[in-house]
Unconditional design. Structure first.
Length: 269
């Protein structure tokens, strides 16, 4: 018998329309133009100086490669304080983020409340930690407390946004089931919403604790306590061997925190 099966032709690859190609051209061309116009504004033409092999660069590299741990007890004490600043900043941020997240969730709160709360959250996130820290240094003085308060405000705004988005993406079934029993709104939150978002919230909080451990180091540069203040003193005195030792301690500490938080997230999710 003759096989009369007709093979279907291979479809041609999809091609973008002329309008789509023009949009892509304008987009990438605009990025290339912006890079070209800002070339001198950011001193890219001075980049070869990084590899010029100047005497100061060689001395700096030599000092950084021979860290001085003679004051290791002080460094560890200040690093512990930095971790404590990050811990308390994250802890206080949770007390801000949880109520704000429910007030900012469109499926929980009315529109007249959602809009102003979200603008407050935008303000909390947009102001840099250093600016908030300087304000608190002026108010309460030097020490770790300004660092804690600065991290609490900034992290509170970030976590509130993440928490509210988690609340908005929940399954409505459990909430409707609790509501069908005649429960009050607080019971709906406690039994219908929190069990769904608690693991994700915990994961977000752990991520922020990791980043806060690094941010607390930077806040020390403005007198907000922790290892950053010791690092700044070593820089200003040109003691780059101590700078290297402090940097090594910071890297090890942040790595340990990251490993611990990964283990905790795996057990939660």
């Amino acid at each position: 018998m003759t096989d009369t099966t007709v093979e279907s032709p291979i479809p041609a690859p999809p091609s973008a329309s002329f309008a789509s190609r023009m949009v892509d051209l304008l987009l990438w061309g605009g990025i290339a133009l912006a890079l070209g116009l800002s070339f001198q504004a950011v001193d890219i033409d001075n980049l070869p100086r990084l590899f010029s092999g100047s005497t100061s660069a060689g001395e700096l590299a030599g000092a950084l490669l021979s860290p001085d741990f003679s004051r290791w007890q002080l460094f560890l004490e200040k690093m512990l304080q930095t971790v404590q600043i990050a811990l308390w900043g994250t802890f206080l941020a949770l007390f801000l983020a949880i109520p704000l997240s429910f007030m900012a969730a469109r499926n929980v709160s009315p529109p007249w409340l959602v809009w102003p709360v979200r603008r407050v959250m935008d303000l909390m996130r947009s102001v840099p930690d250093l600016v908030i820290g300087l304000i608190f240094v002026i108010i309460v003085g030097l020490g770790p407390l300004p660092g804690v308060l600065a991290l609490a405000l900034n992290t509170g705004g970030v976590l509130a946004k993440l928490f509210s988005e988690a609340v908005e993406s929940i399954d409505k079934g459990p909430v409707e089931g609790v509501r069908a029993t005649g429960a009050q709104p607080l019971h709906e939150i406690r039994w219908g919403i929190l069990p769904q978002v608690a693991p994700l919230w915990t994961s977000f909080a752990l991520y922020r604790f990791e980043s806060n451990a690094r941010a607390a180091t930077v806040l020390g540069l403005i007198g907000a306590g922790g290892i950053g203040q010791t690092l700044f003193e070593a820089f200003t005195s040109f003691n780059f061997r101590e700078v290297s030792a402090i940097a090594i301690i910071v890297v090890i500490t942040v790595t340990l925190i990251d490993m611990l938080s990964q283990v905790m997230r795996k057990r939660l999710l």
